[in-house]
Design a protein around this ligand. Structure first.
Ligand SMILES: Cc1cc2nc3c(=O)[nH]c(=O)nc-3n(C[C@H](O)[C@H](O)[C@H](O)COP(=O)(O)OP(=O)(O)OC[C@H]3O[C@@H](n4cnc5c(N)ncnc54)[C@H](O)[C@@H]3O)c2cc1C
Length: 474
């Protein structure tokens, strides 16, 4: 096992993709076996030393950033232990990089449906944050595809949790002899990574998925695979305004025969961020980006749909070159936005709300009204197929920053009033405690803390993730 203590070697473990700057650690352990993890956790439990589990560090809410104590980095847990084409399953250690895993299973004509957007992440990080991906519209996030998890608890005990073996009963979840009370709140039926999962009749494994490194160290997982995907193409449809877009989205959701994998939205302000790379974007337009199964009939059908809904331009990526160009179109937006807010030395204020289908039109109108009313640079884009848009604000001075935070809170309240979540992806980490409390109330937060104490009686692992650590010691 490698142990790093030198500040220069540790520094890269004190960051992730957030702007959180309070990271500090005494030691970073890089174990190569479960026995070594058990050893670290036994020692930390005895000495009450906080421990933070580190994946690839692509998280955006500071979950892997320690605020003292030890880091356990999973980078050496990088073995793909089995790919089983007949069972359509694979067994992989927690530190396997998603990109590598996808390339390996491609050789067997298999696909891992969560297809996370950031493919430098580790599978363990993806499980801990229930990561979503490029095809979440069709397949949903990571949760559904995790069949089995191996995890080391802070007591040093190794538990194995398999989907389909144990379910919530009489308000309790059962894992390896532990009786865990189901929280009184319920996770809303939307894309959601906000706190511990809670649903009547839930599978016990679902408590672990999305638990952001607060319950134990995930060492291994068995995942479900599917056959390689059919041929797909991308169509970007531009509109002169947004009047018909939501109707079109509703129509596409009903048309299962179109076999849509991605359904994304770009408002006029977000398209401005792409003009330097794609100068042909029509002036002051709105767009839908759709990836769907290809085929001559299907392409004709999309052409008719675009015309019927008043498109002013249509871009098609069918051959490899144009397909890649349009993939780039989608990925370029967050990159250009990130470099912009760095250039103006501002911190992006980013709303990550998702709501149930029936509330989405109201939420959409709410965002658009804010954009018209408030004098602040804002963009609206993202996963419209999942009722989840990224509403980003770029305050340039203190007054604007205060305004952005006021708007942020209004959006959160609106989303919650519509039965939604404060975090559709990325998780709560150390940055969104306040909003989670708004969602589940003080009681819900306390119930989560009680669950954590069952797994981690000395309260040493993943402190300040999901909820403030103080609540554990009351
Ligand atoms: C450009 C970009 C795009 C992104 N797009 C998306 C997106 O579309 N959807 C989405 O959901 N996320 C997205 N993310 C966020 C990020 O990729 C995910 O949260 C990812 O799952 C984090 O994985 P990681 O290995 O980097 O974990 P880390 O950032 O290292 O850790 C994340 C959390 O998981 C815990 N953890 C990690 N490994 C383990 C383990 N083995 N056992 C227990 N706990 C563990 C950590 O303690 C921490 O709390 C994006 C990030 C970037 C930079």
């Amino acid at each position: 096992m490698i142990i790093k203590e030198n500040p220069d070697e540790i520094i890269s473990y004190l960051e992730d993709s957030s702007n959180f700057r309070n990271g500090k650690a005494d030691k970073v352990f890089i174990p190569e076996s479960e026995e070594e993890i058990v050893e670290i956790l036994n020692y930390s439990s005895r000495k009450r030393i906080p421990v933070t589990v580190s994946g690839a560090g692509t998280g955006t809410v500071a979950g892997r950033i320690p605020e003292g104590g030890f880091v356990i980095s999973m980078e050496k847990f990088d073995k793909i232990k089995a790919i089983e084409p007949e069972r359509k399953k694979a067994i992989l250690q927690a530190g396997v990089i998603i990109n590598r895993f996808l390339s390996e299973i491609e050789k067997f004509n298999l696909f891992y449906p969560p297809f996370p957007t950031e493919r430098n992440a580790f599978i363990g990080g993806n499980i801990s944050t229930n990561a979503s991906g490029e095809y979440s519209f069709k397949f949903g996030p990571t949760r559904k595809y995790i069949k089995k998890i191996r995890m080391v608890l802070t007591s040093g005990k190794i538990v194995e949790i398999e989907r389909g073996k144990s379910f919530e009963k009489d308000g309790k979840i059962f894992i390896d002899g532990m009786e865990i009370p189901l929280p009184s709140y319920r996770t809303p039926p939307v894309k959601c990574t906000a706190g511990y999962y809670s649903k009547e009749g839930m599978d016990s494994i679902d408590l672990i998925i999305g638990s952001e490194g607060t319950l134990g160290v995930i060492t291994e997982a068995e995942v479900n695979l599917i056959d390689a995907l059919p041929q797909r193409f991308i169509i970007v449809i531009f509109f002169p305004d947004d009047k018909k877009i939501l109707n079109l989205v509703r129509m596409i959701k009903k048309r299962k025969d179109l076999n849509v994998f991605s359904l994304e939205y770009f408002d006029n302000n977000s398209l401005e961020f792409l003009k330097k790379d794609f100068p042909g974007i029509p002036q002051n337009s709105f767009a839908l980006y759709i990836e769907a199964e290809s085929g001559i009939d299907k392409m004709e059908e999309w052409g008719k749909i675009a015309e019927e809904f008043g498109a002013i331009d249509v871009w098609v990526g069918e051959d490899e070159k144009n397909y890649q160009r349009l993939i780039d179109f989608r990925h370029r937006l967050p990159e250009n936005i990130n470099s912009y807010f760095k250039s103006i030395k501002s911190v992006k204020v980013s709303v990550d709300v998702a709501v149930p289908e029936e509330g989405f039109q109201v939420l959409y109108n709410f965002y658009r009204e804010i954009m018209e009313k408030e004098n602040l640079h804002m963009v609206l884009f993202g996963h419209i197929g999942e009722n989840h848009l990224h509403f980003n604000m770029f305050p340039e001075d203190e007054n604007e920053r205060l305004k952005a935070y006021r708007i942020y809170e209004e959006c959160i309240k609106k989303g919650l009033s519509l039965g939604g979540t404060v975090s559709a992806e990325h998780g709560i980490g150390k940055l969104k405690h306040r909003w989670l409390k708004m969602m589940y109330g003080e009681k819900g937060i306390r119930e989560m803390a009680e669950i954590k104490k069952i797994f981690d009686p000395f309260c040493i692992i993943g402190l300040n993730n999901i909820f403030p650590k103080d609540i554990l010691f009351i």
